[in-house]
Design a protein around this ligand. Sequence first.
Ligand code: GDP
Length: 314
Amino acid sequence: MNYMSKTILVTGASGLVGTAIRKIAPLYGYKFVFSGSKDCDLTNYEQTNAYFNKERPDIVIHLAACVGGLYKNMNNKVQMLEQNLLINFNVLKCCHNIGVHQCICVLSTCIFPDKTTYPIDETMLHNGPPHFSNDAYAYAKRMMEIHCSAYNEQYGTNYSCIIPCNIYGPNDNYSLEDGHVIPSLIHKCYLAKQQCAPFEVRGTGAPLRQFIFAQDLAILILSCIDRLKREMLIVSPSEEYSIKDVATMIAREYSYEDKIVFNSTYSDGQYKKTANNAKLIEIFPEFKFTPIEEGIRESVDYFRYNYSNPNCRK
Ligand code: GDP
C-alpha cells in the first residue's frame, strides 16, 4: 500500500492541535479525514462506530478530549473523568472493530505522578497517584494507555501514546475560567489593558512548566507515524519557565509589564512536572522548537486579530 492510498482520521480536528495538523496536512502524502464534534459525537458508541465504518481509516490520530486548564480540572472532575473515559473507550474500540492497525493517542505530562523524582520519563507514568487537582482527568488518560497496551498485547496492533507538555498556540481556547495558562492570560491581559486595570495572574507565579507550540507538536505527531511502535513518547522542549516568566512575556506583547499582580488566593497546582525529552531528541535530533517568545507573539497576534470573530473560542 503506498502512502497516498492510506487514510488518516484525525479526531478533535477543530481544536488547537487539530487545526495545526490541518495546516500542514497537504505536505504529507496521506488522505486526511478531519473529524470535529459536529461530524461525530465520540461520547456515543453507536455514532462513533457508524462513523468509523463510513470513513474506514488506516491510521487514527486521536486528539479529541475534554480538556482545560487547572481550574477547569479542579471544578469539573466528573465531566473530565466521564467524557474522557467515554471518548477514549469508543475511539479505541472502534479502531479495533474496523481493523485500524495504527493509532496515535495523546496524553499529557500533567498526568504523571505528583510525588516523583525529576525529570520524569515515559517509564514512570503509572508509578504513583497524580496531583489531586487533576486526578479525574489524569486517571481517564492513564486508562487510555492501559487500553492501548492491552490491544497491542492481545491483537498485535500498533497503538502508541504521545505525552506532550503544556500546549499553546493560535486557535487555542482563550476562556478566562477554563483555558490553560497561556491563552487565559493572553485574554486577561487584553481586557486589563482595555480597562486600564491590573493584569491579574492566578497563584504565586512560581510554578514551573514546559510549553510546546501547537504547530511544533503537529509536525512531530505526523513525523511519528513512521517511527512509533507500540510505545510512549514525551514530546516537549527541555526549557522550563515560571508562570511569572510567561505572564511577563505576554504582558510585554501588550506593553503592559508594569501592571502584573499575583493573586495567591488561587491554587498554584502542581509545582512542576519536569519531563525528560531524551527519547524524543534521540529520534528527532535535528528538530528545532519554536522559541517561546515567538510562539507567544503569534498567539497574542491571533487573539487580537480574532477577538471579535465568533469562531474565536473564549
Ligand atoms: P497545568 O499546566 O496543567 O497546571 O495547567 P494550566 O495551563 O492551567 O497552568 C496552571 C498554572 O498557571 C498554575 O500554576 C496557575 O496558578 C497558573 N495560572 C495563572 N493564571 C492562570 C489563569 O488565568 N488560568 C490558568 N489556567 N492558570 C493560571
